[in-house]
Design a protein around this ligand. Structure first.
Ligand code: HAM
Length: 417
């Protein structure tokens, strides 16, 4: 049996890097007072159909939708924002102070064509700030994402930024773009795409299409006064926060809810699937899901792709600490001592382990090496009788006898937490 197509298992020891990436991306959010939320991995299908947009590839082609035994149509979440917004509305979080700042991390599912960096099951770290329309909040959200990448030590990435306008200017721009596209020589499929969402045509990678788009009208040149002022203020705050970006007037996101500030984080070492994260504002999402007319802004970082970026840059991300002390018992009495002593070490905050099953001294020492521990506590029945244990430095192979009464504090002081 194998894991389903487009999925993979994350196993030790490599999984320590995954944990480090995930936790490093979430740390800035926790430090900034964002609250952790957990929502179900499946929602009523309408949450995504109405939230993400029926015309998107994500909803039209990529959802894992099924009927449960009660005949409800449910969908495995293809992204985390719509479910978070559903929870925000259901629990009336807007009745407290605004903005409501939330984060979560978890699985997302899209039936995509698998390739390097594109999977059917992947993990996102997600950040959302809800209920307030303030350029400073947009800048905060972006900066918190930037901080995570910086903390990982990543350098070969870029923040691409634009504004997608709002309900006061996007409809007119859409008409302008539609009229422009109607004059081009496009195939049937592309024409149909232009009718459903003309913006998406701007994202067409084919050179023959791109060649015709050089003079296409751009949203940033047709922003309303208020959307323009918002965009300018966001950029001012980003500058103040020391965040660099490149203007990306042709940036097209795969989800329909975006308004005004819209951005993507792109990495140079990943090939075609270069987006390690993305997000933006969404003024209409709450109302589309039956909630109050309140805006939001947020992002999701792809943990799996960020991990690939970390590997592409050859970074040694802080791996989650493994075992520090490994207890090796020789004999039945010593075994009982080892089990108890490992419990005491762990209680004292020392990452510790021992050997299970009848492995013999050689097997036990091999297990100690494999565990990554820096020190082994070797204890035989005879040691116990003499009231000592041997503390062995596994790097230098030096060994010292330590009285049992001092063993816990000596090991703790020697190996650290
Ligand atoms: P998204 O751009 O669709 O945005 O996904 C965010 C990130 O998730 C991508 O940049 C990528 O790193 C990762 N990702 C997406 N699809 C896959 C895949 N098939 N395999 C591996 N990684 C993938 C959203 O999901 C929005 N909910 C972000 C957001 C939050 N906007 C506002 N708030």
């Amino acid at each position: 049996m194998r894991a389903p197509k487009g999925t993979f298992d994350t196993l030790p020891p490599a999984s320590a890097q995954f944990v480090a990436v995930r936790d490093t991306l979430t740390a800035p959010l926790r430090r900034a007072g964002y609250g952790y939320v957990e929502t179900p991995v499946f929602e009523d299908t309408s949450v995504f159909a109405r939230g993400v947009g029926e015309s998107t590839d994500v909803v039209a082609k990529e959802m894992y939708t099924f009927s449960d035994r009660g005949g409800r149509s449910l969908t495995l979440r293809p992204e985390l924002t719509a479910g978070l917004m559903r929870a925000f509305i259901e629990h009336r979080l807007h009745t407290g102070g605004l903005p409501v700042k939330l984060w979560t991390v978890g699985s997302a599912f899209r039936y995509e064509r698998p390739q390097a960096g594109r999977f059917r099951h992947f993990t996102q770290v997600d950040c959302e700030a809800l209920g307030v329309d303030d350029p400073a909040l947009d800048a905060e959200v972006v900066a918190l994402g930037v901080q995570g990448f910086r903390d990982l030590g990543l350098t070969d990435w870029q923040l691409q930024l634009t504004s997608l306008g709002d309900s006061t200017c996007r409809p007119q721009y859409r008409e302008l773009l539609t009229a422009f596209l109607a004059r081009l020589d496009l195939d049937e499929d592309t024409r149909r795409r232009a009718e459903i969402n003309p913006l998406r045509v701007l994202d067409d990678k084919r050179p023959e299409v791109q060649a015709q788009l050089t003079d296409a009208p751009l949203m940033v040149d047709h922003l309303s006064d208020s959307a323009r002022a918002h965009h300018d203020a966001v950029r001012q705050h980003l500058t103040d926060l020391g965040v660099a970006w490149v203007e990306a007037p042709r940036l097209v996101r795969g989800l329909d809810y975006y308004t005004k500030t819209t951005f993507e984080f792109v990495h140079g070492g990943l090939g075609a699937q270069s987006a390690i994260g993305g997000g933006g504002g969404y003024a209409g999402l709450s109302a589309a899901l039956g909630g109050p007319d309140l805006p939001g802004i947020g992002w999701a970082m792809g943990v799996d792709r960020t991990l690939l970026a970390v590997q592409a840059e050859g970074l040694d991300v802080a791996v989650a600490a493994g075992v520090r002390a490994f207890v090796v018992p020789l004999g039945a009495e010593a075994k009982r001592f080892a089990v108890r002593f490992v419990g005491q070490l762990r209680e004292a905050g020392v990452a510790a382990d021992t050997v299970y099953g009848d492995r013999g001294l050689k097997g036990a020492m091999k297990a100690a090496d494999r565990s990554g521990a820096t020190h082994a506590v070797v204890v035989g029945d005879r040691d116990l009788a003499a009231g000592v244990a041997q503390l062995k430095d596994l790097r230098s192979q030096e060994q010292t006898a330590v009285p049992l009464g001092e063993l816990l504090s000596v090991v703790r002081d020697t190996v650290g937490p």
